[in-house]
Structures are given as C-alpha cells and as structure tokens.
Design a protein around this ligand. Structure first.
Ligand code: CMC
Length: 449
C-alpha cells in the first residue's frame, strides 16, 4: 500500500474515543488525540494543541483558496456539486424558477421562510417604494468618463450609498438592517440602469414604480421617448428567472468577500461593494462576458474542433465550463438553456450563429475525455450571455446583470453572519516565507549605497 493511502482499521472500542472523531497523531512528537468530527468537519483550532515544544505556536492548516475549509455554518443555500443540486432554504432551484418570482426568492433568502400573500405584498411594496436614489448620486455617475466600465461604476456607487445612509453603520439596530436590505435590493437596478445609460450617453431613466422588478429594470435600460415603457412580459419573465438563478450560491468568491469585509462591522453598503468588486473578476461574474467574446472569436461551427484543441493543449480555457463546486451539470445552466430559445424567438433572433457555436461546443466537450475526466460541465455563465445579448444588453453589462440579483444573497449572508455567535473579524493566518532579522545598514551596503 502506498504511503499516502488511507488505511482502514477497526473503529476504536474504548469509551474514551468518541465514534464521531478522527484520531490525529503527531509523528513529530508521538502525541495522539481524538478530534471531534461535527457536521463532517474538524475544528481547525483543535490542531493548535499539537506542538513540538512549549515555545511552538501550534499546528495550523494551510488551505489557499479555501479548497477544503468551511468558513461558516449557513442555512441559506445547499449545493450538492456531485449530483448537481441547488436549493435555497430547502426549496429546489427548479421549483423556485417555475413557481416563484425574484422578489419572493429574495424574501425567502433573507427571512428564511416563504412569505404569506400579505408579507409578499408588503415586501414588494417596500422594495418598489425605495427604488429612487438621491439626485447627488446621479451627479456622481455623471462624473465618470464616457467609457467607464459599468461594473466599476456600480462598485463605486454602491459604496457611495453608505455616505447617504450614515445610520446604516448601526448594524446592531434591526430596523437599520431591514432598511439596508430593502434599499440595496431596490436601488441596485437603478444604479445599474444609470451606469448603462451613462455608457450610452443617454439620459438616465428614473424608476417606474408601476412596473414589476424586472420590467422596471428593462425600462431603465431601454425607455426612449415613449410616455410609458411597456416591457414585453415574456422578456420580463425570462429576466426575472435569470435573477432567481443568480440570487445566491453559498460561499462563492463575492459572498466570501461580503462576509469577510462585513465581519469588520462596516456598514452593509460597503460590505456589498466588496462583493461587487469580487464579482467583477473574469473567473467569477465576469465569465459570461468572456463566454460571448469566446463564441465571437470562434466565429463559426467549423472552428470549434480547433478551438477545443487549443483548450486541451492548455492555451486557453473553455469559458462557461467548470466550477469549483459543481462536478456535474450546473442545474442553473440547465434551466437557462431552456429559456434561450424562448427569448430568441421573442426577440426575433432565433437564427443565432453564436448559439449554434455554443451548442456545438457543449456537445463536443461533453463527448471528450479531457472535459469529462475533469468533470467540466457548462456552468450558469455558458448560456446566460446569449440571453442577455438577445435582450440587447451590451456585454460590458453582463456582470452587472449578475450583481443585481446576487445582492439579495449577499444581504442574506451578511445578516446570517451578524447573528452567528461564532462570528469574529475574518483574519486568516499565513506561512511567512520572507527574510527575518536583517541588518538594515548591511542591506544598504549590499546594494551599494
Ligand atoms: N477550460 C479548460 N480546462 C479547465 C477549465 C476550463 N474552463 N476549468 C478547469 N479546467 C481544468 C484545469 O486546467 C485543471 O486541469 P489539470 O488538472 O489538468 O490542471 C482542472 O480542470 C481543474 O481546474 P481548476 O482550475 O483546479 O478548477 P477550479 O475549481 O480552481 O476552477 C473555475 C473553477 C470556475 C475557476 C474554472 O473551472 C474556470 O476557470 N472556468 C472558466 C471560467 C468560468 O466559467 N467561470 C464561471 C464560474 S460559474 C459562475 C460563478 O459561480 O461565479
């Protein structure tokens, strides 16, 4: 048996060794002790007791990118990456997309239970009544250059909201928390709409509180001279479904950022701005934009095999494929795929060469050992960009389309973190690899000064 293989032995029978434990033996000292296993985890702090001598700091774990570290306990979102299952508060993403609306899902994430009809009406009313932003924010957006990226603008304006609501610093006040949740969900589409119109050099559109959440957002993007913008209900519904699909995804990079920054007890607008910043990156929320660029670069179906060869040779990545958690088809991708044809039909772009390329890429990749052996399947971003493009949303806005709905997840996670008695300021450890105790003057002499 190889040294690194786990050996199977009879479970211990002595009363001192709990069944739900692992026995850790420190071969440096011979010290051996059972460590309690709770919910499939061992407390990393338990390792600290293993020391080589009194002076030793104690053993730590080393886990760059948190590949195998649970950083919190959470009751919001459940993912089984091997089986491709996603549930929010116990409800499947398939059921939520079919029977619910984004605002209802946002309520569910934040409150833990589905709302009654009255609660949903009240919640929807409150979100709708807070969609406007202070006029100064409009001036703030106007200050950006004409070609500023809308995610950069969103990141800055969400952060700026904290200066408009200074009382939101009182994070122990339940009413302040509640209002911050409502304001963030309500104002995010408005800030996104302003950012978009700015990039187009068009006048900003104020919210229309007669429209529903997704319809109002479409209006803030596309209203021109008409007195009343009337969104196509089928497109508004498709957008609402996309919002549901992006609402939360447990401890992803941006949510971890919101929790880490929020753990310093900063106000929620600043914490959410950290989430927007994290989402901006091409490996996270920026992937859907990269997918479209990739499809455009491939240009035609005949080029797909060559492109995939380049991926397999390690020259580039197949964007929209692979996921840290899903080692199976991302259930969100399955749902989005169903909506692509529907939307393209409404927008009259059913003949879409990029869609044909995407379908061919997926088909070939799922038939290729390189991808299947690495468990690389389409993720949420593989098809979402095609829908956004059909809705005539420019590529630079794609990540913004992700940030709007993810706001409810960020807030739900932030609230859960505040109520968790185990919450402390996030502060990882490091393995120091640099020099120690150097003589400054000798160092100068060494560089010839
Ligand atoms: N194309 C080609 N090869 C890939 C890809 C890909 N998209 N993703 C992973 N691999 C390979 C990778 O090269 C590695 O191969 P090897 O074992 O030979 O070195 C193996 O698969 C494992 O990859 P990894 O980089 O260790 O996996 P990870 O868990 O660190 O990365 C990921 C996850 C999502 C960053 C990565 O799959 C990726 O870069 N995908 C493309 C970008 C993308 O679509 N991102 C959106 C993620 S879903 C939206 C969200 O939740 O934010």
């Amino acid at each position: 048996m190889a040294d690194d293989q786990v050996q199977v032995a009879e479970p211990p029978t002595d009363a001192a060794t709990p069944a739900q434990s692992v026995t850790f033996t420190d071969n440096r000292t011979g010290q051996s002790k059972p460590l309690e296993v709770t919910e499939g985890t061992v407390r990393a702090m338990e390792l600290r007791q293993f020391k080589t001598d009194e002076e030793d700091f104690g053993l730590m774990t080393y886990d760059p990118a948190y590949l195998n570290t649970a950083s919190c306990r959470s009751a919001i979102t459940y993912i089984d990456g091997d089986k491709g299952i996603l549930q929010h508060r116990g409800y499947s993403i398939e059921d939520l997309c079919e029977h619910s609306s984004y605002l209802e899902v946002a309520y569910l994430l934040i409150h833990g239970e589905l709302p009654t009809a009255d609660q949903l009406a009240q919640w929807t009313h409150e979100v709708t009544m807070h969609t406007f932003v202070h006029e100064n924010l409009k001036v703030f957006v106007q200050g950006f250059r004409y070609d500023a990226h809308p995610m950069g603008m969103l990141l800055a304006t969400v952060g700026a909201l904290s200066t408009f609501y200074p009382d939101s610093k009182n994070i122990d006040d339940p009413e302040e928390r509640r209002m911050a949740a409502i304001r963030l969900i309500a104002k995010m589409p408005t800030l996104a709409g302003f950012a978009y119109r700015h990039t187009q050099g068009m006048p900003y559109v104020y919210p229309d509180n007669d429209l529903d959440y997704a319809g109002n957002f479409l209006g803030m993007l596309f209203k021109m001279t008409e007195l009343k913008y009337e969104p196509d209900p089928r497109l508004a519904k498709a957008l609402d479904t996309l919002f549901i699909l992006h609402a939360d995804h447990e401890q992803n990079c941006s949510t971890a950022a919101v929790r880490a920054v929020g753990s310093s007890q900063v106000d929620p607008y600043s914490a959410v701005a950290a989430g927007v910043a994290a989402l901006y990156g091409p490996l996270h929320g920026g992937a859907n934009e990269s997918v479209l660029r990739m499809l455009a670069r491939i240009e035609k179906i005949e080029n797909v095999p060559d492109f995939l060869k380049g991926v397999k040779d390690g020259n580039e990545r197949l964007m929209g494929f692979g996921h840290r958690v899903y080692k199976n088809y991302d259930p969100r991708a399955r749902i989005i795929k169903k909506h692509v044809d529907e939307v393209l039909e409404v927008t009259g772009s059913a003949e879409n060469p990029l869609l044909d390329i995407a379908v061919e890429l997926e088909k070939r990749a799922l038939d290729d050992d390189y991808f299947t052996s690495r468990k690389l399947y389409p993720n949420v971003d593989f098809y979402s960009g095609l829908i956004y493009e059909a809705l005539q949303i420019p590529r630079a806005m794609f990540t913004v389309m992700f940030a709007i709905p993810r706001t409810s997840g960020w807030i739900a996670q932030w609230l859960e973190m505040l109520d968790d008695p185990e919450t402390k300021i996030a502060r990882p450890r490091q393995i120091y690899t640099g020099h120690r105790d150097r003589d400054f003057l000798a160092g100068r002499a060494e560089v010839g000064r």
